[in-house]
Write a protein that binds this ligand. Sequence first.
Ligand code: CO
Length: 185
Amino acid sequence: MIYPITAYGTPLLRKVSDEIAPDMQELPQIIENMFETMYKSDGVGLAAPQVGKSIRLFVIDASEMSDEDENLKGFKKVFINAQMEEQWGELWSFNEGCLSLPDIREDVKRNSDIKITYFDENWVKHTENFNGIKARIIQHEYDHLEGKLFIDHISALKKRLIKGKLNAIEKGKVHTSYRLNVYKK
Ligand code: CO
């Protein structure tokens, strides 16, 4: 099942997501639906708040980007109850976008290295280090669990410049190839 994507302006995107209980019956189905939704909308990552669920879950499949960076070959993962342990290394810029913020792309500075603890889809616990693009994608998705968006990392000036676009998304006045769920006040 393909979920609609939660648009910028929805309060749920600004909430800190809840921990998931290991006995959550619907979880495997939600994970499958999230992958399906992500592929359908050409994303490389998708966090549960973006499909209207305030739970600590995100999925990534960046294997399509392996021509840009061969480390990304087969980089497909499920992160349940992720906790960021550390972020370090040089701050580097990368042009980011987000399915919840269609038509907006901005350079975002993030640390090059992370250490993160999470459970995979089989509830096996991992503590792993990632760097480069892998760390970047994880940091972006992890932010969603904390109620943060990539535009929170850009300058006040740049944010002013995209204010019109943000207002348009909030009102649903944006064209997307996927279904967008706009918040009705
Ligand atoms: Co995003």
